[in-house]
Design a protein around this ligand. Structure first.
Ligand code: ADP
Ligand code: MG
Length: 696
C-alpha cells in the first residue's frame, strides 16, 4: 500500500534511474514529490487559434508540429524553424540561434509557444518560450483537442526544477499521473477553524492548487498555504526552544532595589530617549520576573544601547550579582570600558577590562578579582570565555554585536554563571517579521530613535569627476579639527587588485592632503597593527583613515564627521548604513559621500541617501538581496525556507507565530493525538528541533 513516506520508486513510472535522478532533486519519498513545487508557471490560459494570431500581438498558440528544420543564414546564424498546425490553420515559428532545439522538437508533438507575431515572408512567431505538451505517441489519432478546447481555453503549465536525466516535462507527467492518488493520502494537521482564521487553503487543496492550478492566482494561494506551514513549524520549534530555556533551573533572582539604577539615572549627563526608557522597563520586567531573560536589544548605531545595557548590569550588581559585557574586538571592549567608567564614576563602581592585549599578570589579577568577587562588572573580548575565567556570582551576560559570536561562544559565556539572564545587542536592525523568524526564541526590544540633538548625516551621491571637490572638502574639515574616513571596498574575487587600489589611494590622499596625516587599515593586516592604526585615529593622531570594510563594526570617534565611500555600488544598503553610522556621533553636522560612476546604481544610492531609518533600509536590503545574505546574521543557520518569503509573507509570519504560541499553550509538548501529524512534520523538517518536544 502506498504511503506518503514510501520511497518514490514505489510509484508507477519510477525505476532505479529515475529514482536516482529524483534523489538529486531532493525527492526521496512520495511525499517529497508533492513538495517538489514548480519553479514557475507558464500562463497559457488564453490560447489563440492559430488563424487568429495577428501581426504584432503577443500570443500563446498550441499546435501540432508538422515540419521542422535548421536553416543557416548568410551571417552564420543558425535558425531552428517549425511549422505548427491546429484546427484553424498553420503558422511558422522561428528560433534564431537555437539550432539545438532540433534535437528536442519532433514532428507529431503538441507544442505550446508564447511570443510575438512578426512579419517575415508572412506571419511568423518568434517564441520567447516553448513547452512540449505531448509527444507524438501520446496523442491519439491526430487529435489535439485534449490540449486546445474549442473555446480557446488553455491551461496553466507548471514548470518544475529538473535535472540531468529527468526533464521538467517528465516530472510534470509523473506528478500529474500520481497527484490524485498522493493527495488522497494527505492529512491536514491544521484544524479547519484555525485554517479559516488565517484564511489559507486546506492542505489537499493547496497541493492541487500548486500542481494543477486553474489559474496562476490559485497557484499562489496554494504556495501560501505551504509557506504558512513552513513558518508554523519553525515558530513551533523556536517557541518551544524558548519554553525549555525559560524553565531551565533559575539561578539569578533580582528585585528592583533602586539603589545603583536610580543613582545612574540621576548621574546621567543626558535625558534617556523614550525608546531607551521602554527598553529598560522591558529588561527590568524580565529580570525581576521568575523567568530567565533572553532578550535582544536591537538599534541602529548611535541609538544608545550601551547605557541601556548598563542599567541591566547595575540591576544585577545591586542584587549582589556580577555582570559581564562581551564585545567582538579589543577596540570596542576598550571603548565600552571607558564609557562605563565615565558613567559609573559618580556611583563608585569600577568596571574591569579583560582583553588579550593585557599582560599575563594583569589578566591573572582581573581574573582573581572576578573569582573572588571584588570585581562586579567586567568588559572584555573572547578572553572572557577562556577556561581560566570564573565568576564568584555571575547574574547577567551582555553580548555586544552578538552576531559576531558563534553559538558556542555565546553559550560558553553563559555557562560561567548559574543560568544567568542574557541580553544580546545588535546594531543590525532587521524587519520585525525577520526578527520573529530568526530570533523567535528571544524577546525583542528595539531602539528606533536617536538621542535628541543629533544632526542627521547629510548623504550625497557623487561621481569620480567630483573628486577634486571632495578632497577639498575633506581638507577643510580636517584643518578645522574634524576627521574623515575613506572606505574602499575589497571583494574576495579581486582582493589583490582592490587592496593595491586602496593602498594607492591612501598614498594619493596623503600627497594631496599634506601635511594632514593619513592612515590605512585593511583586512590583511595583523590584528595588532590594525589596532595600532585605529587607536591613532581614535586619539586624533590621524586626520584621515583609509579603510577597507574592516571598520564596519568599529569605533566611536565623535570628531569624525566625514565618511567617503568609494565604489558605493558594491555595497548592500544595510552595509552602507552601517558605514554611515560611523559618523554623526558628535554634535557637528556630518557628511556621507557615496562615490559611484555606475548610472544604474546611482539611482539606488540616491534612494538610500534620502533614508535614515535603519529598519526601513533593512527592509529594502532584504528585498534587494533576498534572504540568503541576511540569514548569515544568525550563525546557527538552519533557516532554509523553501516556500515562504519573509518580505511578502509578513502577514503569514505573524499569523504563524500567533498560532504556534496558542497551540503550545494548549499542549506544550504537542503530545496529544490531534497534534500527531504536526509532530511528524516537524520531525521531518527539523531532526534536532523535535528533540525539544521530548524533554519533559
Ligand atoms: P550604540 O547603540 O551604537 O551602541 P552607544 O551606546 O555607543 O550607541 O551610544 C552612542 C553615544 O550616544 C554615546 O556617546 C552615548 O553616551 C550617547 N548617548 C546614549 N544615550 C543618549 C541619550 N539619551 N542622549 C544623548 N546621548 C546619548
Ligand atoms: Mg554599540
Amino acid at each position: 500500500m502506498l504511503r506518503l513516506d514510501s520511497p518514490v520508486q514505489y510509484l508507477k513510472g519510477v525505476g532505479p534511474a529515475r529514482a536516482a535522478a529524483l534523489a538529486r532533486l531532493g525527492v526521496g519519498t512520495a511525499e517529497d514529490l508533492l513538495y517538489h513545487l514548480p519553479r514557475r508557471y507558464l500562463d497559457a490560459t488564453t490560447v489563440t487559434p492559430i488563424a487568429r494570431a495577428a501581426l504584432g500581438a503577443e500570443v500563446t498558440l498550441v499546435g501540432r508540429v508538422v515540419s521542422k528544420g535548421v536553416l543557416p543564414t548568410r551571417r552564420g546564424l543558425r535558425i531552428f524553424r517549425a511549422v505548427l498546425q491546429d484546427d484553424s490553420g498553420v503558422i511558422e515559428c522561428a528560433w534564431p540561434g537555437q539550432a539545438f532545439l532540433d534535437r528536442v522538437i519532433e514532428p507529431g508533438q503538441i507544442l505550446l509557444v508564447t511570443g510575438p507575431v512578426k512579419h517575415f515572408h508572412g506571419r511568423q512567431v518568434v517564441p520567447r518560450e516553448q513547452v512540449v505538451l505531448a509527444d507524438a505517441d501520446e496523442v491519439r489519432g491526430g487529435d489535439n483537442a485534449g490540449w486546445v478546447s474549442a473555446a480557446g481555453q488553455g491551461l496553466v503549465l507548471p514548470v518544475y526544477p529538473a535535472t540531468e536525466g529527468l526533464s521538467h516535462r517528465q516530472i510534470r507527467r509523473l506528478i500529474a499521473d500520481h497527484l490524485d492518488e498522493l493527495v488522497a493520502l494527505v492529512r491536514d494537521p491544521l484544524p479547519a477553524e484555525e485554517r479559516r482564521a488565517v484564511s489559507v487553503l486546506s492542505l489537499r487543496e493547496a497541493f492541487l492548487a500548486v500542481h494543477r492550478p486553474p489559474d496562476v492566482a490559485h497557484a499562489e494561494d496554494g504556495r501560501r498555504r505551504l509557506a504558512f506551514d513552513e513558518l508554523l513549524d519553525l515558530q513551533l520549534v523556536v517557541a518551544r526552544a524558548r519554553l525549555v530555556a525559560e524553565r531551565a533551573p533559575r539561578g539569578a533572582t533580582f528585585t528592583l532595589k533602586k539603589e545603583l539604577t536610580t543613582a545612574l539615572k540621576h548621574a546621567l549627563p543626558f535625558e534617556l530617549t523614550r525608546g531607551q526608557k521602554r527598553a529598560i522597563r522591558e529588561i527590568t520586567r524580565d529580570m525581576t520576573s521568575d523567568r530567565r531573560m533572553h532578550r535582544l536589544l536591537m538599534g541602529d548605531v548611535g541609538t544608545g544601547k550601551t547605557v541601556v545595557a548598563l542599567f541591566a548590569m547595575l540591576l544585577a550588581v545591586e542584587n549582589g550579582y556580577q555582570a559581564v559585557f562581551m564585545a567582538p574586538t579589543e577596540l570596542l571592549a576598550e571603548q565600552h570600558a571607558r564609557t562605563l567608567a565615565q558613567l559609573l564614576a559618580p556611583l563608585g563602581v569600577v568596571p574591569e577590562l579583560l582583553v588579550g592585549r593585557l599582560s599575563a599578570r594583569e589578566k591573572a589579577a582581573v581574573r582573581r578579582r572576578l573569582r573572588e568577587g571584588g570585581a562586579r562588572i567586567v568588559v572584555g573580548t573572547h578572553a572572557l570565555i577562556e577556561e581560566t575565567t570564573a565568576f564568584e556570582r555571575l547574574g547577567l551576560v551582555v553580548i555586544d554585536e552578538q552576531h559576531r559570536f558563534g553559538v558556542e561562544q555565546r553559550a560558553a559565556l553563559m555557562e560561567k554563571g548559574k543560568a544567568p539572564d542574557v541580553l544580546l545587542l545588535s546594531a543590525t536592525p532587521i524587519p520585525r517579521t525577520l526578527a520573529l523568524t530568526l530570533y523567535g526564541d528571544l524577546d525583542i526590544s528595539a531602539l528606533t530613535e536617536r538621542p535628541r540633538g543629533r544632526l542627521p548625516v547629510v548623504t550625497g551621491v557623487r561621481g569620480s569627476a567630483d573628486r577634486e571637490q571632495i578632497y577639498r572638502f575633506i581638507r577643510e574639515r580636517c584643518l578645522s579639527g574634524g576627521q574623515a574616513y575613506v572606505v574602499y571596498p575589497v571583494i574576495e574575487e579581486s582582493e589583490r587588485v582592490d587592496l593595491r587600489a586602496a593602498a594607492t589611494m591612501a598614498g594619493e590622499l596623503e600627497r594631496r592632503l599634506a601635511p594632514l596625516p593619513v592612515g590605512l587599515v585593511h583586512g590583511k593586516m595583523k590584528a595588532e597593527e590594525r589596532d595600532r592604526v585605529m587607536r591613532a585615529f581614535r586619539d586624533g593622531e590621524l586626520s584621515v583613515l583609509v579603510a577597507t570594510t574592516v571598520i564596519e563594526v568599529g569605533i566611536d570617534v565623535p570628531a569624525a564627521t566625514v565618511m567617503v565611500i568609494e565604489h558605493a555600488e558594491r555595497f548592500g544598503l544595510a552595509q552602507l548604513h552601517q558605514l554611515r553610522g560611523r559618523v554623526g556621533r558628535g554634535s557637528e553636522a556630518s557628511h556621507c559621500i557615496l562615490i559611484s560612476d555606475d548610472p544604474a546604481a546611482r539611482r539606488r544610492l540616491k534612494r538610500f541617501a534620502r533614508l535614515a531609518d535603519g529598519f526601513k533600509i533593512a527592509e529594502l536590503d532584504l528585498q534587494e538581496r533576498g534572504m540568503g545574505e541576511l540569514a548569515g546574521v544568525r550563525q546557527s543557520g538552519g533557516l532554509a525556507l523553501r516556500f515562504a518569503n519573509l518580505v511578502t509573507d509578513a502577514d503569514l509570519v505573524l499569523a504563524a507565530r500567533r498560532l504556534a504560541l496558542r497551540l503550545l499553550e494548549r499542549d506544550p509538548q504537542l503530545a496529544s493525538a490531534e497534534f500527531g501529524e504536526l509532530r511528524r512534520r516537524i520531525e521531518r523538517r527539523y531532526q534536532r528541533g523535535i528533540e525539544l518536544f521530548r524533554v519533559g
